[in-house]
Design a protein around this ligand. Structure first.
Ligand SMILES: Cc1cc2nc3c(=O)[nH]c(=O)nc-3n(C[C@H](O)[C@H](O)[C@H](O)COP(=O)(O)OP(=O)(O)OC[C@H]3O[C@@H](n4cnc5c(N)ncnc54)[C@H](O)[C@@H]3O)c2cc1C
Length: 409
């Protein structure tokens, strides 16, 4: 596999780099004031990053998933808070529509989001159904022209900003379906979740569906296949976490090198102390052991994408075909799923370890959220929990190898 960048990729990543630098100072202010950064949409919108991996047909840049992962890696340097915005809007937002929506839904919804006019979110988790979405309580009923949703979701990233989100509910037959929800729908309520530990420039919401009316045309994919859609979204969510984590680790390393070379204790720079060098070499080990794994995951995810897109061109009943047994689809999906779980598990732990080491090198100077390393430390704690808590990912990775009958969760 060749991960060398083409001139086109270099040019795009240069633009992402400049956008990151242009919002850096303001991102710090927003983080400390615990409010969303209003520069994100204009600055990243003008370079197309708000629809980086989305087809040009719907206003995106049409980049491959590896290029998108490189962009998320760069964004991750500015912190998981900023990267989480892109995860919610693009990875588990737009990409769910790109993968599963019908043509009319894509034209109606995707084009609004690649321009940044509308923001997206993904609402799966419930107060009583976190690691186990199969136990969700949100229900839908059907009337002649609409679905009526009742229930509660929480922790929805971008949830108070979004104009649309996908959500998941159980029907009268017990099966779970996916829906596209306009957040101005009757019976939709979003409330900001306060007092968070980190990720302070992104907003998370508790969502209540109170007889929320969703038009029939907003069913996403095949009725009863909602969990499969949600799980496929999590492949992209995990890849986003993992790619962003590389950026976090690189930033922690750079900050630690800079600080340890200027801080003098016991007569010489910290960088000359062997135990400090051990922290630095562990960070480098974390970075290098994560990067290639994640790039490989992006390539596996791209192969899955290409296969499905080809099928869509050839067969209007492509969803039916995938729902029945399609061996090649299942093989490609299983590989992307496995690698995304491994990448997220490894890189989230690695990023938290790097941030922890960086805080230690900075000593008391890192005990304030004004430092980048303190923010990386607080924000990296979240990535061990969301997009599949790491314990559950360990069980998933083992059962993918052992087979379904060994599933231990
Ligand atoms: C900052 C943040 C942002 C989020 N953003 C979103 C979002 O945009 N959309 C969305 O839908 N959700 C979102 N979530 C929710 C997130 O996906 C869930 O928090 C996560 O899936 C874990 O669920 P839980 O918190 O209910 O923990 P639980 O499922 O209750 O798990 C608690 C602990 O028990 C462990 N555990 C659970 N089951 C097992 C088992 N079988 N064996 C061993 N250990 C187990 C878990 O690993 C975890 O450590 C977000 C969460 C956070 C914190």
């Amino acid at each position: 596999m060749n991960f060398d960048l083409s001139d086109e990729q270099k040019n795009f990543l240069g633009q992402v780099d400049r956008a990151c630098r242009s919002i850096r100072e303001h991102e710090t202010v927003c983080y400390l004031e615990e409010r969303p950064n209003e520069m994100i949409v204009p600055e990243f919108g003008k370079i197309g990053m708000l629809g980086c991996p989305i087809s040009k047909k719907y206003g995106g840049l049409g980049y491959d998933i590896l290029t998108y992962a490189f962009a998320l890696e760069r964004i991750g340097r500015e912190g998981n808070s900023l990267r989480t915005f892109f995860s919610a809007h693009v990875s588990i937002g737009q990409m769910v529509l790109q993968n599963w929506a019908d043509e009319e839904q894509k034209r109606r919804y995707l084009t609004q989001t690649t321009s940044g006019k509308n923001i997206m979110a993904f609402a799966l988790t419930e107060p009583d159904a976190g690691s186990d979405p199969r136990s969700m309580k949100t229900r839908f009923e059907e009337s002649s022209d609409s679905f009526i949703l009742n229930g509660k979701k929480h922790w929805v990233g971008n949830g108070t900003l979004a104009q649309m989100m996908t959500t998941y509910a159980r029907g009268p037959d017990g099966r779970i379906s996916a829906f596209i929800v306009d957040t101005d729908s009757k019976g939709f309520h979003a409330k900001e979740m306060k007092n968070k530990m980190g990720l302070l420039s992104i907003k998370n919401a508790e969502i209540t569906f109170e007889n929320c009316v969703i038009p029939k045309k907003n069913l996403l994919g095949t009725k009863g296949k909602g969990l499969s859609i949600a799980y496929s979204a999590l492949i992209d969510g995990r890849l986003s976490v993992a790619a962003g984590a590389i950026g976090v680790m690189k930033d922690c390393l750079d900050e630690s090198i800079w600080y340890s070379q200027k801080r003098i204790q016991h007569g010489s720079e910290l960088a000359k102390k062997q135990l400090i060098q051990e922290h630095l070499s562990s960070m480098i080990l974390n970075i290098e052991s994560s990067r290639w794994l994640i790039y490989r995951t992006a390539v596996a995810r791209q192969k899955l994408h290409d296969y499905v897109e080809e099928l869509k061109e050839k067969d209007t009943n492509w969803q039916e075909k995938l729902n029945r047994e399609d061996k090649q689809y299942e093989t490609l999906r299983a590989k992307a799923d496995r690698l995304a779980a491994v990448s997220k598990l490894h890189a989230s732990n690695a990023a938290f370890d790097c941030a922890n080491r960086a805080v230690q090198i900075f000593g008391s100077f890192a005990y304030q959220k004004t430092t980048r390393v303190a923010r990386h430390f607080l924000d990296s704690r979240a990535i061990i929990i969301y997009e599949g808590a790491n314990e559950v990912l360990k069980l998933k990775i083992a059962s993918l190898e052992l087979g379904d009958k060994y599933e231990a969760y």
